[in-house]
Design a protein around this ligand. Structure first.
Ligand code: ASP
Length: 404
């Protein structure tokens, strides 16, 4: 009896449930205990730093191990092409969903809306996007946390190691395999702290930003939320169900800790250690697939961001009274996808790359200031959607690879 009670208690108060409770308590205390929780920034930052601390070594090691343990270049081509096909098709699907929602909702012109804050006008261009792929100094990129650079370097490094003689190849691969496992063990320790970290992060953000702004921009917020909801709970699960032939909702329960952390940190990169841990250890996804699809996805596959970019541009255009034609919506379709691919997995990255979409359809960049007040909250939801998209991709691709 005693044993049974203990089991029930353990099940009820596991880390995932405690994290969920922490989010709810965080929101409540952010509203009602503003003066107290505003001092929790330090705790939230400490938690975030712990995650960030292992992200770069983990990305390096997991991409390396994933490629170095493939048996041939063909295997890499197979895995890479499947991942890219998945990233692109789901990103397009997300933007399409956003555009459809906006066309159905039809924003009413808002006259009493104010601009809040200023945005840095550093236009994000296609040229900048292309340049952002190639590192000139890998140690600088590692120390500055340039995720895409690290991924590209570690891919090339792994390919080079594949050509080495057996003893050398095994030595290096075993080394990084060990690094990978040790990082995941550290991730597990950090996950145990997540109820505290998440409570601090959420309550501070709510206390600092206040929930009031959400009401004044309710139409815009609603459009983004509905769009993200449809994408996360209908589109992506349908892909898992129909193409991957697995139950996406059962899978969601296994990996939900990563989604809660994404929501709380607004950073796909900082969530990566948790995503890798739950995917490999809880959902049993092959290391080769998870180690490749998740780190790459955390920086290039951002369905939530793509959807939000499309809705945001359409909203700001309607506030300015600019009517966007079908051709312009097609331009938005492509530029929003590019802007999402180019966004780094850090808070508010989507807001910066959005200048690409604004410029493409001729909307004043100042317009971004309109949506600034609610951005941090929408960032939580879009990051959670981004990470969920990566996790569905990992499961889907692992099924196909094992079938092959
Ligand atoms: N915060 C998002 C992420 O890390 C990117 C964005 O700002 O949309 O996935």
């Amino acid at each position: 009896m005693e044993e049974k009670n203990k089991n029930v208690r353990n099940k009820l108060f596991n880390v995932e449930n405690l994290t969920l409770i922490a989010i709810v308590l965080g929101i409540i205390s952010g509203v009602y205990l503003k003066d107290v929780v505003i001092h929790l920034k330090l705790v939230g930052d400490a938690f975030l730093n712990l995650l960030k601390m292992i992200t770069i070594p983990l990305i390096f090691a997991s991409i390396f191990v994933s490629i170095a343990s493939l048996s041939s270049i063909n295997d890499l081509k197979n895995l890479g092409l499947k991942a890219l096909a998945y990233y692109f098709s789901t990103t397009f699907l997300a933007v399409l969903t956003g555009l459809l929602i906006v066309n159905i909702i039809n924003f009413e012109p808002i006259s009493n809306i104010g601009f809040s804050g200023t945005v840095e006008h550093k236009p994000f261009t296609l040229e900048a996007l292309l340049k952002s792929f190639i590192p000139s100094n890998i140690f600088k990129s590692l120390s500055e946390g340039k995720v895409l650079h690290v991924i590209i370097f570690s891919m090339l490094f792994a390919l080079a190691v594949l050509t080495l003689e057996k003893t050398k190849k095994e030595l290096i691969t075993n080394f990084f395999d060990g690094v990978n496992d040790a990082m995941l063990t550290m991730a597990k320790w950090i996950i145990n702290l997540s109820p505290i970290g998440v409570f601090a992060l959420i309550s501070y953000i709510v206390a600092e930003k206040g929930l009031g702004a959400i009401i004044s921009l309710w139409q815009y917020v609603l459009a983004v939320v509905i769009g993200l909801f449809i994408h996360a709970f209908i589109n992506l699960p349908a892909i898992g169900f129909i193409i991957g032939r697995f139950n996406p909702y059962k899978y969601f329960l296994k990996v939900k800790e990563a989604i809660l952390i994404a929501f709380s940190t607004s950073s796909s990169s900082a969530t990566l250690p948790v995503s890798l841990e739950v995917a490999e250890k809880k959902a049993g996804i092959d290391k080769k697939v998870a180690g490749f699809v998740l780190p790459l996805g955390a920086t290039v596959n951002m369905d939530g961001t793509a959807l939000y970019e499309a809705v945001a541009v359409m909203f700001v255009a309607s506030v300015y009274g600019i009517d966007l034609s079908l051709t312009q919506q097609i331009i938005i379709f492509f530029t929003a996808s590019l802007a999402a691919i180019g966004a780094a997995g850090i808070p508010s990255a989507g807001l910066v790359t959005m200048t690409l979409v604004f410029s493409a359809v001729g909307i004043p960049l100042e317009g971004i200031a309109l949506i600034l007040v609610v951005d941090r909250f929408l960032d939580m939801l879009r990051t959670a959607t981004n990470v969920w998209g990566d996790l569905i991709g990992a499961k889907l691709i692992s099924k196909y690879i094992s079938r092959d």
